[in-house]
Design a protein around this ligand. Sequence first.
Ligand SMILES: O=c1[nH]cnc2c1ncn2[C@@H]1O[C@H](CO)[C@@H](O)[C@H]1O
Length: 329
Amino acid sequence: MSIRSLPKAELHLHLEGAAPPAFIAGLAREKNIDIGGIFDAQGRYAYRNFVDFLRVYEAACTTLTSPRDFYRLTRAVLEESAAHGVIYSECFLSPDFCGGGDLAAWREYLAAIREAAEEARANDGIVLRGVVTCIRHFGPEQSRRIAHCAAETAGDWLTGFGMGGDEGQYSASDFTWAFDAAREAGLRLTSHAGEWGGPESVRETLDHLRVERVGHGVRAHEDPDLLHRIADEGVMLEVCPGSNVALGLYPDLAHHPIDRLREAGVAVSVSTDDPPFFHTDMTAEYEGLCRHRGWSEDDIAATTRAALDAAFCPDDIRQSLIRKLEPET
Ligand SMILES: O=c1[nH]cnc2c1ncn2[C@@H]1O[C@H](CO)[C@@H](O)[C@H]1O
């Protein structure tokens, strides 16, 4: 069986970060928005390093100005994911790019995203759930507004809250209010850490934000005590190998710690993060792990199952997705 057609689950995907460059360029043209030189000669996103990547990401987002844009984006992203065998996806959604943190505007954007998700489910069978994400370098004050948007729209579709952005800014403890508010609203929690920050950043995130999953978290492998803790507490790491290599965190897959994490008993999932930025997709992620790390179809199945076990979705949906992994008799 080809890797492309194997069933997959993805827990770490930024919705705007999955926008194809041609989609963003088209919107910029339609609306006459100057997004500056964010593409290379081949029309791909061009950035020099992680901080520059964040700038390009935000410039691309200036073209997404209406709920209709997010409807179209969600349809395009889910169609692409389904083509790579993804049966379940969780997307990071940013009220910051959907009305700037205004609750009434956020509700309209969310309705458009959900409408697209329902159509994708009917057409391709792919299931989507949303995780509202605040952006670390936008600061703790703004994170409160974003948590408020999340809490007010929490339910069995908007199921999680998290944080992405520049890990070099602020400390995790500055965001405690936002994560507490989200937890009280019944949202499940994840935060980026241990990508550009070391093990101490992961530890702070666990201590102060009390998350059950960590976005990336790969640098936890540098600290054996922390690895034990993560394994003991059953914290899942949302690992994005292609992203880590594209951004220069590791020179190549051979140097990536994913297998060391697994050997330490840590639950890991595999995701693309921002696929067109990193020239990847779910098929390419697993093909790379098979080619360069000796992964087999069993490893892919086990990782997919681990992702579904840690998914922020209602249990009846989890069970129906798990049944899809079983070979047909
Ligand atoms: O790989 C990543 N590491 C850290 N932050 C990221 C990454 N990709 C995207 N974002 C952050 O997530 C926000 C939208 O959800 C983006 O604005 C960016 O700040």
